[in-house]
Write a protein that binds this ligand. Sequence first.
Ligand code: LR7
Ligand code: MN
Length: 568
Amino acid sequence: IYRRGRNKYIFVAFIILTVVYFSHKTDNNLVSSFGNATERQKRDVNVKRARINRETYTIPEPCVGCPGENGQSVSLTAEESKGLDEVMKKEFFNLRASDKISLWRSIPDTRDGLCKSISYPLDLPSTSVVIVFKNERWSPVLRTVYSVLNRSPKHLLKEVILVDDQSDIEEMGQRLDDYCEEHFGELVRILRAPTRLGLIKAKNYGARNATGDVVVFLDAHCEANTGWLEPLLYRIKQKRSAILCPSIDMVGEQNMGYSGTGFGSVGGFWWSLHFNWAPISQRILSAQKTRVDPYPSPTMAGGLLAADRKYFFEIGGYDDDMEVWGGENLELSFRVWMCGGSLEFVPCSRVGHIFRPGHPYNMTGEKGKGDVHGRNSMRLAEVWMDDYKRLYYLHRRELLGKDFGDVEDRRAIRTRLNCHSFKWFLDNVFPEKFILDENVLAHGELRNPTARLCLDTLGKDEKGSIPVSVFQCQNGMSANQFYSLSKDNQLRREETCAVSVGSESLIMSSCNLSNLQHWTHEKNGTLVHYPSNLCLDVEGVANTEQVKLKPCEPNKLSQQWLFEHYAK
Ligand code: LR7
Ligand code: MN
């Protein structure tokens, strides 16, 4: 099986090489592998190709006294703010502010002081930085490029590859080609996607065209900070199967202010297969020699990472049947861990990112029929999560039985690399992850049979604290009604636990092992809040209202609770 897999790999590589060879033969202009050849040839005659390379590229003079220097936030005049609402609605960040800032502005060095005294060896792997973009704007994209060129050691940066995923923005066409050719020469290559690829396939496409030892992916609205590259490369040199993420600083979407974020987080996930941040555990902290050592993380946000290019493809690149946005970050995270590599966060490498509350592009793919994240996540669950995919479908019942395309090639990776099970991943990489229905005393709907009411989140955002509410029971059909009674006697959801506030009120708030979150489910059917010795009671409560704590009365029907499932 291993040999067959390898032959197939070699065959695919051969095809890719052939295609790349011929596209370059007919296209000695490195700027693009696609698009209108005659137009480019015409331009080649007229435009004297800039011979800028690693040696001749010079860092532009600092923009003294310009807005936004040193990562400062930018304010707009009344005149400049006219129509800003419209801009924000379209771009989801303040393009006006961004346009006022130099393309190569200075930003504060947000590294821990310890990082600054580390010296890295000179012979580190060479790097291709791949930046994919769809409807991104001029100033953030070029600021990303300049930050990479200006803050990467020349001898380590082989190229920056911009992949235009069929943007609709006028200036990102010919004008971008010309600008890059003039200012960056062969250091920056622009590839135009032949069709709308979506960010996942676009990243694959960029990486397949990369030639550096290491491929680094960045979003098209980033700012790489001082010394960002060396710690990533150094770690890859030590361990080629490590995928590394820089620490992500914040560039404010309202005013473009650059601010460092403390570290102390790892990547986690919701069983609905969305990414979240989780606190770094003592288990991980104690394994670090210094506080700035790279440390393992179960998952990553997805946009910013470095990997040995060949290793990246050995373990399957990205899933080329995932569309547009979402899911690929968890898929790669699970995969690299399960197949023998690791995913690590690197505190000394810092890159800023503009966090936008929305997307300036169409989010619906063809096959996903609107829900690309849902379908992409089905593919990942079906390939990597074994029986634990039940917990995804618990949140996405409507997807059960829906088409998720062919995953045989992806499953073949698991066989070829002899990868671990998802249970291995949970046990060894993410033992802190709460498994809703495993190792618990009870789980499922928590019903008060007489009132026919069940505990329910009412769909509220569980990233913050929310009330403990009830709603008509849904016969196990709603993930909002899935609660567990943990081995630690918490009445909980995936991340939050029922806790008393004041005398009789209850909220769901982040879990800790404090006494206030301790419950006992008595044989007589009551749920007793242990520290207050009060009982969970639906007396006088209707749909969508909050349950309260009341003095316990063992025979009171409004205090009778029944979980859907109890551990045997
Ligand atoms: O169809 C598309 N084609 C593209 O080329 C859609 C998007 N893109 C480009 C886009 O222009 C951008 O440069 O892809 C890049 C990422 O898209 P964003 O910036 O809209 O995504 P995001 O920052 O909201 O999303 C995060 O999750 C995604 C899941 O698929 C990707 O993994 C993103 O790279 C990822 N971004 C980060 O992790 C940045 C740090 C965020 C944090 C914490
Ligand atoms: Mn982004």
